[in-house]
Design a protein around this ligand. Structure first.
Ligand SMILES: NC(=O)c1ccc[n+]([C@@H]2O[C@H](COP(=O)([O-])OP(=O)(O)OC[C@H]3O[C@@H](n4cnc5c(N)ncnc54)[C@H](OP(=O)(O)O)[C@@H]3O)[C@@H](O)[C@H]2O)c1
Length: 339
């Protein structure tokens, strides 16, 4: 039977890149979106059109992912699930209702719906290294297998969006572990756990989108255009192409009882180096003042990505290559020469 992958979050940086990689690999892809307009964003995208997926690609409209049973019919006949559709810490979001609660509810609902679909073999959930690091990154190495103790009681209000995001990811990881232990599902569950993800985003169709509607790449763009993010950034990085490869590789893995279940992907970076890479690759654009040095403050993290390195069969893509890819896309959309 050919694989049919259900992907959530395909209107976002990571989900869309996974969707492209899944189509390139020849899989059938079903993607869930909240509206018809969002389905069009995906289906009309030039990178999707170029792949001419025809009937291999189909949308399912689910207006509210948090409703009980929301995924029941979408999962019929699906063999693999990749869940990348979850809130990120957007400063204007209400922390509890728009970040913490949906992070937990969507994942829980998806797993419960999968229990009712006998065709499902694997469920892959995109987490974040903050789920393993906790509020204060420890000096000792952390990996995707690390679990942060749950606070007791679990707070229901938060001081800011980042706190809500972090605890949402911590609780989601615990809940999914607990689900597997208590429900003994007919499918296996793994998490792919990236650090900050950077790289070319085909959803960004013009220079303004590359700069401001680009998920975590927005931070990189601040560093390239003389800005400064409102908070320091974890110095654990994942290239978007590695993140997509990792999701697909993990989705088709048969996890062994003595092998890793979850896979983290975050290599050490110092964001101070960011602008050096741009100066080296695009000296003319720097001279013309298109790129200006911004300030990204690095929170040092010590994260072990060796399991995913082994699984992907070698070294992960470099931070420099992600910076150059994003800067090149920005220049391309401005209609400027890259050299
Ligand atoms: N980017 C990173 O650096 C990074 C690092 C580690 C982990 N992650 C994780 O990776 C996943 C995807 O991140 P991303 O960078 O691709 O984010 P993104 O570009 O902001 O995309 C988020 C995706 O999730 C969907 N979504 C958000 N809130 C939702 C809700 N309440 N109900 C239904 N769908 C919702 C969005 O759909 P709409 O278009 O409908 O809003 C969109 O498709 C998240 O779980 C995030 O925590 C990201």
């Amino acid at each position: 039977m050919a694989a049919t992958i259900l992907i959530t979050g395909s209107t976002g940086l990571i989900g869309f890149r996974i969707l492209l990689a899944a189509l390139e690999a020849g899989h059938n892809v079903r993607y869930t979106v909240r509206s018809e307009e969002k389905a069009k964003v995906v289906s009309s995208n030039p990178a999707v059109q170029k792949l001419a997926p025809g009937e291999r690609l189909s949308p399912v409209i689910i207006p509210d992912f948090t409703v009980d049973g929301a995924f029941d019919s979408a999962l019929q006949g699906v063999t693999h699930v990749i869940h990348a559709g979850s809130p990120v810490p957007v400063p204007t979001y209400e922390p509890t209702t728009q970040i913490f609660q949906p992070t937990i509810k969507i994942s829980r609902g998806l797993l419960s719906s999968a229990l009712k679909s006998p065709s499902v073999k694997r469920v892959i959930i995109t987490s974040s290294i903050v789920a393993n690091l906790g509020p204060v990154p420890p000096p000792t190495p952390v990996s995707a297998a690390t679990r942060v103790p749950l606070p007791d009681p679990i707070p229901s209000t938060f001081n800011n969006v980042f706190e809500a995001y972090l605890l949402g990811k911590v609780v989601e990881l615990h809940n999914s572990d607990e689900f597997v232990k208590t429900k003994n599902p007919h499918f296996t569950v793994s998490h792919v756990v990236p650090g900050y993800v950077f790289g070319r985003n085909e959803l960004a169709l013009d220079a303004n989108m590359v700069q401001t509607q680009n998920s975590s790449n927005n931070f990189l763009m601040l560093g390239l255009l003389g800005g400064e993010p409102p908070f320091p950034i974890h110095g654990g990085f994942a290239h978007i192409d590695d993140v997509a490869d990792a999701h697909l590789r993990v989705a088709f893995l048969d996890p062994q009882p003595d092998g890793p279940k979850d896979f983290g992907i975050a290599t050490k970076v110092d964001y101070d180096k960011l602008f050096d890479y741009v100066v080296k690759a695009f000296p003319k654009a720097v001279e013309e003042g298109i790129f200006k040095k911004g300030k990204l403050v690095t929170v040092p993290v010590n994260y072990d990505s060796s399991d995913i390195e082994k699984l992907l069969g070698g070294k992960l893509r470099s931070f420099e290559s992600a910076v150059v890819d994003v800067a090149a896309q920005y220049l391309e959309k401005l209609g400027k020469e890259k050299a």
